[in-house]
Design a protein around this ligand. Structure first.
Ligand code: SD4
Length: 347
């Protein structure tokens, strides 16, 4: 591992293939540490990650896991046990994590466990596998000291599910802008605000976090309860390495949020990282992946949302989405971080 590290170190110093923004080119500095998360609800997640990242030896992997755990603890429509259930009323969780050595771990269709991201890390670190699902993932979690939580919906999720049952129609609602147009209450895009809409519909709010630490290493985490009212057994992109999350320590990291089926179709985050490898900036790389999606499905793309965020080895970051409304949070100093709106393909 040591020799790979050295190689990575030198490959960063001689990065002619990465497009370096003017600011960075001028000072020749690398912006690190830095953490970037999906949505504005990512700001408090970043704050948790930052506590680790600001330490000289703070590791990006620990930071992104801690951030993900913090939102799994909250009631949020799309992350953790407080999230929306599937159409049978069961909350099933998906998560994955990836480190600087291309180690990765994932769980999906996991029930009763508060911190799927930590189970994913345990899969990564103590099994010969990458991905455990369903009962097997639960069994593994319990055998490794995770507590089985009761099968109970949060109050918000229960209300949301009851409303949804009135029509029982699977219809993902795009994020904030459309909802505001419809005159519904603004979805919970404040830090940790619940994310349910009055009519029982829901918002995209998977938490994806990518970070570059002081040692110049990248890691990422992605955690979600998936699309609310999904079919039993459905997985989205979030737990799939290369779809919901991808990290290549030589190049960069990317994570997605939105309609998972569409992201899987293009191996979305892998594509973003490969675009950065070819010389695109993080935003250009996210844009290229979004354009791929739109090209595949120009008619339907107006009606669904996908957003990517990315960082590269220089700590440059960027995002892009299909439709307006995809926000992301960036923290690179003690100042508490900033929320940005991603540029979108459709305006
Ligand atoms: C999924 N990508 O399950 C997730 C959902 C999501 O914000 O991102 N919600 O398809």
């Amino acid at each position: 591992m040591q020799s790979r590290r050295n190689f990575l170190h030198w490959s960063v110093l001689s990065l002619p293939f990465l497009s370096i923004s003017k600011a960075f080119a001028k000072t020749n500095t690398i912006q690190k540490p830095i953490v970037v998360s999906t949505w504005d609800s990512g700001l408090p997640v970043n704050a948790v990650a930052w506590k680790i990242l600001k330490e000289p030896k703070g590791r990006a992997l620990d930071a992104v896991e801690a951030g993900a755990r913090s939102i799994e603890d909250t009631i949020n429509c799309c992350v953790g046990l407080g999230g929306n259930p599937d159409r049978d009323g069961k909350v099933t969780l998906d998560a994955c994590i990836m480190d600087e050595y291309a180690n990765c771990g994932a769980v999906a269709y996991l029930q009763h466990i508060k911190h799927p991201i930590s189970v994913a890390r345990k899969v990564m670190e103590s099994t010969p596998h990458v991905f455990l699902v369903g009962d097997g993932a639960l069994q593994f979690a319990l055998a490794n000291g995770f507590t089985k939580e009761p099968d109970k919906l949060s109050a918000d999720a229960e209300q949301s599910y009851k409303n949804w049952l009135k029509k029982s129609e699977y219809k993902p609602v795009m994020n904030i802008e459309q909802q505001q147009i419809k005159g519904q209450k603004k979805a919970g895009h404040g830090p940790f605000a619940p994310n349910f809409l009055e009519d029982g519909s829901f918002n995209h709010d998977t938490m994806g976090t990518i970070a570059l630490d002081n040692a110049g290493n990248l890691s990422g985490a992605c955690t979600t309860s998936g699309m609310g009212f999904k079919m039993k057994g459905r997985l989205g992109d979030s737990p799939i390495i290369g779809a919901g999350l991808f990290v290549d320590n030589e190049i960069g990291a990317a994570v997605s949020s939105g309609q998972g089926e569409e992201v899987i179709r293009i191996a979305g985050t892998h594509l973003v990282v490969e675009m950065m490898r070819m010389g695109k900036s993080p935003e250009e790389a996210c844009k290229a992946a979004i354009e791929r999606l739109v090209k595949i499905n120009p008619v339907k793309a107006k009606d669904f949302q996908v957003g990517f965020i990315a960082i590269n080895k220089l700590g440059e970051y960027g995002a892009y989405s299909i439709n307006p409304g995809f926000s992301y949070s960036v923290t690179a100093s003690e100042d508490g971080g900033k929320v940005f709106m991603a540029t979108s393909h459709y305006k």
